[in-house]
Design a protein around this ligand. Structure first.
Ligand SMILES: CC(=O)N[C@H](C=O)[C@@H](O)[C@H](O)[C@H](O)COP(=O)(O)O
Ligand SMILES: C=C(OP(=O)(O)O)C(=O)O
Length: 353
């Protein structure tokens, strides 16, 4: 049985609990803490469960040459990748401020620890759970270290193979029972043919005792809603205040109206998924009375006749009589009064029904 567990204080996930929606602010705050706060508030107003950032300790995430790499693109905030990333990185103090703000607003806040030192910091500030970005899913020393901290984990799986993900499951499970694996394809924007939602079903079979989710980088909301229909218990989507802003992730992010619509749609689909037990529901009764079919006499049937199938027809009838599905049970039974052609066969006129 897939487990349910408390991902954030008071918020269970998995099983039939509502899908947990992570609004991934990432680095779409442009390096500006006031924009970051607006985005936290926006995530809350749209109904998201959690606002998420990306925390790096840059000298631990990148080697020197990666930081010195020239980064001259339309999305760049500096001459080198290091300058660009430094512009987008909030300090420890700023994280504490954002955390305080999220608490005031009433939304959970966490971040992906993009390296082992970032995990240390996030642990120190007591985030509710660790998000593991796809790029760290195959970083086993990191995974072990994070898993041993004892916080729930949400682990993304972009760029990885099923063999790697089996190893991820084994490694984390050894130290930590409370984790989720997300199907993810790491490209921006993600084209539908590369989404591979069926991996969700594969993960459910491979890892039946943990909740499975989806981290999407596609445009629009339909695919993420479909992921929920397939059983995703956590959905993560990038969010932005403006898709046209400078930055690699804005174009594939959801603006506020889309995020709100995504969450509305998820809640609708969850309601519509129901419990799977097939039976006639109270809401169908009046339609069944109007449109449901009964058994009627195909010919005039005199009292005492033993019924055979060729005497019977199925119609929408007034009054309602024997249910269409019971027609075969009538065969071989006799009627205790005359029934005219086209009249309903009611239970009362059939002996021994
Ligand atoms: C794989 C991964 O980490 N992806 C992240 C999460 O989805 C992204 O937000 C990247 O941080 C972002 O696209 C990087 O953009 P740039 O390189 O312009 O800073
Ligand atoms: C890159 C991240 O996530 P994902 O791999 O799910 O896109 C992240 O959480 O920072």
């Amino acid at each position: 049985m897939p487990s349910t567990f408390e991902l954030c204080p008071g918020r269970m996930i998995g099983g039939d609990r509502p899908c947990f929606v992570i609004a991934e602010i990432g680095q779409n705050h442009q390096g500006d803490i006031e924009i970051a706060k607006k985005m936290i508030k926006m995530a809350k107003d749209c109904g998201a469960d959690c606002a998420k950032f990306q925390k790096s300790e840059l000298q631990y995430k990148f080697n020197k040459r990666a930081l010195e790499r020239p980064y001259k693109t339309k999305n760049s905030w500096g001459e080198t990748y290091g300058e660009h990333k430094r512009h987008l990185e909030f300090s420890h103090e700023q994280y504490r401020e954002l955390q305080k703000y999220a608490k005031e607003v009433g939304i959970f806040l966490t971040a992906s620890g993009m390296d082992e030192m970032a995990i240390e910091f996030l642990h120190e500030i007591n985030v509710p759970f660790f998000k593991v970005a796809s790029a760290d899913a195959n970083n086993f020393p990191y995974l072990e270290k994070a898993a041993k901290k004892g916080r729930p984990m949400v682990i993304s799986s972009g760029m990885q193979s099923i063999e790697t993900m089996r190893q991820v499951y084994k490694t984390v499970k050894e130290h930590n029972q409370n984790f989720v694996i997300l199907q993810c394809t790491s490209t921006y924007p993600l084209e539908p043919q590369d989404v591979n939602l069926r991996v969700i079903t594969e993960y459910q079979k491979e890892f039946p005792d943990i909740p499975i989710g989806y981290s999407g980088h596609e445009s629009g909301i339909s695919i993420s809603v479909a992921a929920v229909a397939l059983g995703a218990k956590v959905i993560e989507r990038h969010v932005t205040l403006d898709k046209t802003w400078r930055g690699s992730d804005h174009a594939a992010s959801l603006e506020p109206a889309e995020l709100a619509e995504l969450i509305r749609s998820i809640r609708l689909v969850e309601l519509a998924l129901g419990c799977g037990l097939k039976k006639r529901l109270p809401c169908e009764e009046s339609f069944h009375r109007k449109l449901g079919k009964s058994v009627v006499a195909k010919v005039t049937i005199p009292k005492g006749t033993v019924l055979s199938l060729d005497m019977l027809a199925v119609k929408v009838a007034e009054p309602i009589g024997v249910d269409a599905e019971d027609i075969f049970r009538l065969v071989g039974k006799s009627v205790n009064e005359d029934v005219s052609e086209d009249e309903t066969i009611t239970q009362q006129v059939v002996n021994g029904l």
